[in-house]
Design a protein around this ligand. Structure first.
Ligand code: ADP
Ligand code: ZN
Length: 219
């Protein structure tokens, strides 16, 4: 499948993307994961991105497009991809259109995950992430806790609260979403690509997305 996942921070894009990628070996492409790995590895990209990320601000479009130009040309994306956290602004969505055109690829659809704001807030403040950049399993201290001593059940690394998960950064991420990313809903609706999913359980949402007919859409 070739889809874009839209949704506020905490809407469950990462979990849904991971489950979808298991269905047909499409690859999950998460700009957040790519950026966090770059920060951890101390690459040039990571150094440029870190301050924006810690504050809950968006990384500049030009940097994101450099990453995505390279990533979408990699062989594994030929099996299909689930874009998780990208595009995040109208300029990114426009640049993605141009890139996909050049690659001769059409999106199946854009899945917009709709989750009430109080659910989102609760999820974000209780979210924890595996610190191993190869794993990055997501936990929730209420509904899906790590081991009693705070370790990842998959890889054994410490499970941490991300720097962008302080209350201040969370409120900033939500505001940034409303201002910069929510306009993409109208953008993709106008292109006939938008599908809305009220998403309270990731598993149910994946079931619904799976049932969605894929239209052959030329852009
Ligand atoms: P969330 O969706 O929970 O906010 P992500 O893991 O998708 O978190 O992204 C973490 C951070 O990485 C964002 O707050 C932002 O700083 C940066 N980021 C990720 N994807 C993009 C993007 N497409 N454009 C700009 N910044 C991005
Ligand atoms: Zn882990």
């Amino acid at each position: 499948m070739k889809i874009v996942l839209l949704g506020a921070p905490g809407a469950g894009k990462g979990t849904v993307a991971k489950l979808l990628s298991e269905i047909d070996s499409s690859v999950q492409v998460s700009t957040g994961d790519i950026l966090r790995a770059a920060v951890k590895d101390g690459t040039d990209l990571g150094k440029k991105a870190k301050a924006y990320m810690d504050a809950g601000d968006l990384v500049p479009d030009s940097l994101i497009m450099e990453i995505m130009e390279v990533r979408l040309r990699e062989d594994d994306c030929g099996r299909g991809f689930i874009l998780d956290g990208f595009p995040r602004t109208i300029p990114q969505a426009e640049a993605l259109e141009g890139l996909l055109d050049r690659l001769g690829i059409a999106l199946d659809f854009v899945a917009n995950l709709e989750v009430p704001r109080d659910v989102i807030l609760d999820r974000l403040t209780t979210r924890r992430t595996c610190s191993n950049p190869e794993c990055q399993e997501i936990y929730n201290i209420k509904s899906n806790p790590p081991t009693p001593d705070g370790m990842c059940k998959k890889c054994g690394s410490p499970v941490i609260q991300r720097d962008d998960e302080t209350e201040e950064a969370i409120l900033n991420r939500l505001e940034t979403y409303n201002e910069k990313t929510a306009p993409l809903i109208g953008f993709y609706e106008g292109k006939g690509l938008l599908r809305n999913f009220v998403s309270l359980s990731s598993k149910d949402t994946v079931g619904e997305i799976k049932k969605t007919p894929r239209e052959v859409l030329s852009s």
